[in-house]
Design a protein around this ligand. Structure first.
Ligand SMILES: [Zn+2]
Length: 405
C-alpha cells in the first residue's frame, strides 16, 4: 500500500526517471537554425531530446545507428488540407458525392500517414471542421500522423458585417480552432480580386488578436494583401500579384509570407481529370493556374530578395499532393533560387516561429520535442535529399526506418 502511494506521488511529479530512452547516432545533423553538427549522438528521453553529444561515440550505445543519413528536425508544412481526397470514382471528394463520413475521415487519416512518412511531423490545416477529430486522435497516439493545427471552417463570407465576423472568430475559438483562416480575395482561378473590405479585415484580425489567435490570410491582389497587413494579420498565403512595395511592407510589419512555387499548381494540372468540372475547376480556372506559375515563381524570387521578409514554408497541399510536400521545397530551391539551408530553416525553425511553437519544435536541441527525420544525402547541399526520407521520429516515437536505396 505504501509503495503504491509512493508511486502515485512519483508520477504526480512527472518523474523523468520513468521516461524511455532512445539513442540515435548519425554522421551529420542539421539543427534547423542553419547549424551543422558532425558525428552526433542524440539522446531522447520520453518525447523530448535530453542531450546531444558530438564526437563521443560509445558513451551512449545507439539504438538506431543511422550512419551516413543526415538528420534534421521533422519538417513543418504551414498549409496542408488533409481532408481533401479523391473519392472511389477517382474524383475530388465533395460534400454531395455520396461518400460516408467514415470514408472521408479514413481518407484524411491516410493523407496524414502519407504526410508523416514523407518527413512532415507538423502541419497546419486552413481548414475543415473534420480536422478537429483528426488532430485529437493523432495527438492521443491512437493513429499515426503529423501534429495538426487547424482553423476549422475558414471565414470567407464577405456579405457578413464586421460584427458578425467578430462573432464568428469567437465561435471558432469555442469550437477549438488553433488559428483563424480568412479568405480576403477570390481564388486565383477567379482572378484573385479583394473580397473583404478594410473594415472586415480589421474586425477579423483585430478580434483574433484579442482572443490570442493567429490569422492566416488567403490573398492574391495587392489590395487584399495591403488590407491584411494594415489589419495586423499574422500571415499571408499565396500573394501571386504581390508588388515589391507590398513585399517590403510585409517585411516592415513582420507579417509572415507563404508564397507557393510549384507543387499546388502542378498537382492540379497532373490531376486535371479528377478536378475538372467541379466548382471553379473549369477551362478558365485551369488556364488561370497555368498563367499563375511563372507569376508565382517571380513573386517567390522577389520575396527572397526582400530584406527582413520572413518567407515560411507551406505547400497548400490538396487531394493528390499529400506525401509529395517536399516537391515544393525542391521547387523553391531550383526555380525560386532559395538556398537549400534557407529552405530547410523555412520548414523547421522559422515555420515553428510562425506557429508560435519556436520553443518546442522545429529545432534539434536539448529540451525540444524529439521530432527527428533522417534523409539519404546532405539536404543542405542537395535539397532533393528531402524526397528520400529514411527515418521518421515524432515526439520520441519511431514511425519509420527504411534501408537506403
Ligand atoms: Zn489552401
Amino acid at each position: 500500500m505504501k509503495t503504491l502511494a509512493f508511486c502515485f506521488a512519483f508520477f504526480a511529479l512527472g518523474a523523468p526517471a520513468q521516461a524511455q530512452r532512445t539513442v540515435i547516432h548519425a554522421d551529420r545533423v542539421l539543427d534547423g537554425r542553419g547549424g551543422t553538427l558532425h558525428n552526433v549522438t542524440i539522446v531522447v528521453e520520453g518525447s523530448r531530446i535530453a542531450r546531444i553529444e558530438t564526437a563521443q561515440a560509445g558513451r551512449f550505445p545507439a539504438d538506431y545507428e543511422l550512419g551516413t543519413l543526415t538528420l534534421l528536425p521533422g519538417l513543418i508544412d504551414g498549409h496542408s488540407h488533409l481532408a481533401w481526397y479523391f473519392n472511389r470514382k477517382g474524383r475530388l471528394h465533395t460534400s454531395d458525392d455520396g461518400d460516408t463520413p467514415a470514408e472521408s475521415i479514413l481518407a484524411a487519416a491516410g493523407n496524414a500517414y502519407a504526410t508523416l512518412l514523407a518527413g512532415f511531423t507538423t502541419v497546419q490545416s486552413p481548414g475543415s471542421p473534420e480536422d478537429k477529430d483528426l488532430r485529437d486522435w493523432i495527438a492521443s497516439g491512437a493513429i499515426p500522423g503529423p501534429r495538426v493545427l487547424t482553423s476549422l471552417e475558414p471565414l470567407s463570407d464577405a456579405r457578413l458585417s464586421p460584427d458578425s465576423l467578430r462573432l464568428l472568430v469567437r465561435e471558432r475559438k469555442k469550437q477549438g480552432a488553433d488559428l483563424i483562416k480568412i479568405f480576403a480575395s477570390k481564388s486565383i482561378r477567379e482572378g484573385g480580386a479583394a473580397t473583404m473590405s478594410a473594415e472586415q479585415m480589421d474586425a477579423m484580425c483585430g478580434e483574433a488578436r484579442a482572443q490570442g489567435l493567429r490569422t492566416l490570410v488567403h490573398a492574391h491582389s495587392t489590395e487584399s494583401m495591403e488590407r491584411a497587413i494594415h489589419a495586423g494579420c499574422t500571415q499571408i498565403e499565396h500573394g501571386v500579384f504581390a508588388t515589391d512595395s507590398v513585399l517590403a511592407e510585409m517585411a516592415a510589419k513582420k507579417v509572415y509570407f507563404d508564397p507557393q512555387c510549384g507543387l499546388v499548381f502542378h498537382n492540379y494540372l497532373d490531376n486535371r481529370a479528377k478536378y475538372d468540372g467541379i466548382g471553379n475547376y473549369n477551362a478558365e480556372g485551369f488556364a488561370a493556374m497555368e498563367r499563375a506559375i511563372p507569376l508565382a515563381q517571380n513573386v517567390f524570387r522577389r520575396a527572397m530578395a526582400t530584406r527582413y521578409l520572413k518567407v515560411v514554408f507551406g505547400t497548400d497541399a490538396v487531394a493528390g499532393a499529400h506525401g509529395r510536400n517536399a516537391e515544393e521545397l525542391v521547387c523553391r530551391v531550383k526555380e525560386g533560387k532559395q538556398t537549400p539551408m534557407k529552405a530547410i530553416i523555412s520548414a523547421t525553425s522559422l515555420a515553428a516561429e510562425a506557429l508560435g511553437m519556436q520553443t518546442t519544435i522545429g529545432t534539434i536541441a536539448p529540451g525540444y520535442e524529439a521530432d527527428i527525420i533522417g534523409v539519404d544525402g546532405d539536404a543542405s547541399a542537395d535539397i532533393t535529399a528531402l524526397q528520400r526520407v529514411r527515418f521518421v521520429m515524432k515526439g520520441g516515437k519511431v514511425y519509420s526506418v527504411l534501408p537506403r536505396r
